[in-house]
Design a protein around this ligand. Sequence first.
Ligand SMILES: Cc1ncc(COP(=O)(O)O)c(C=O)c1O
Length: 377
Amino acid sequence: MATQRILDFLATRRPEGPCLVVDLDIVENNFHAFRKALPDSAIFYAVKANPAPEVLRLLASLGSNFDCASVAEIEMALEAGATARRISYGNTIKKERDIERAAALGVSLFAVDCVEEVEKVARAAPGARVFCRVLTNGEGAEWPLSRKFGCVPAMAIDVLLAAARLGLVATGISFHVGSQQTDTNAWDAAIGDAKFVFEALAEKGIVLTLVNMGGGFPTRYLKDVPAAEAYGRAIFESLRRHFGNRLPETIIEPGRGMVGDAGVIKAEVVLVSRKSATDENRWVYLDIGKFGGLAETMDEAIRYPIVTARDADLMEPCVLAGPTCDSADVLYEKKPYPLPITLTVGDEVLIEGTGAYTTTYASVAFNGFEPLRAYVI
Ligand SMILES: Cc1ncc(COP(=O)(O)O)c(C=O)c1O
């Protein structure tokens, strides 16, 4: 939603070109909603969703921890005021020298999903804590995270045993149920997998303590999504069902759910045309597309709400495209997007729910277009 603060900012500053405006008040509300929904879980904000220094500083001041995917993100979190104890290096794919640099910065919690990665951590960060990521099926997620990360639970047992053998602290299990996860019960099977690994390790004398339940909490795009509270309830019930009274320490790593609805992109209509006199659909070209920050429209996975000043007029479906000379730069075509028939060149459009996974996906100078500018207010 474009908040009044965002609308006022755009009206008074009138920034030229496409830009993202992020309202920190919404980020703060989201943080409190997560804290309330899962009061016993530590929040590790997934920096990749939006690493703007103002966002990181706010979250650090509210007591958030940080899930970082690279040394650069670790440095950003430290710069924002987090201590190294509050940082997890959550990427399962790391160069050994990056693990070493993270350890030198004081980070001592690392994600792994195979013995090969455990060996790197054991060499580069001796004595560190590691958690092993298990695969999930990603069902119910609009932006699934596929089979790239994690291993099957049976392998997680070997991975954590290897960690212990190599002098690391085998701490627990992590998983990610897929981003924009609309099913509040999606965590249940993975929590069951975690319990299975906890038991197997206990039989070998290793006591795991941590379940990192990842991100996946959705933001509102065109459809309503359940509130954080509903996710909290479902997750807590699953933890109870699988772990009984011996609840593990838990972590959540919200990214999209923390910042998605805090941002709005202001863009402009560059061209409205048709491909033939009988073409059913208009083509509407904006000054932002897949390479300007809207990469999550890939396969039309994420459908952003788009607001114009002419929304009271008759709506007709359009093919919506970006401004670059690349035919992949089409946002919505398989399922055309309804926009007012009166929409014209020069009109401003607001693309809502764009606080997450936009600025960091913008290309640097593809076709000579600047990366997406951001204002955090
Ligand atoms: C390890 C990890 N944690 C958390 C997140 C954040 O997920 P989401 O934005 O769905 O909350 C991601 C996203 O890719 C991730 O890879």
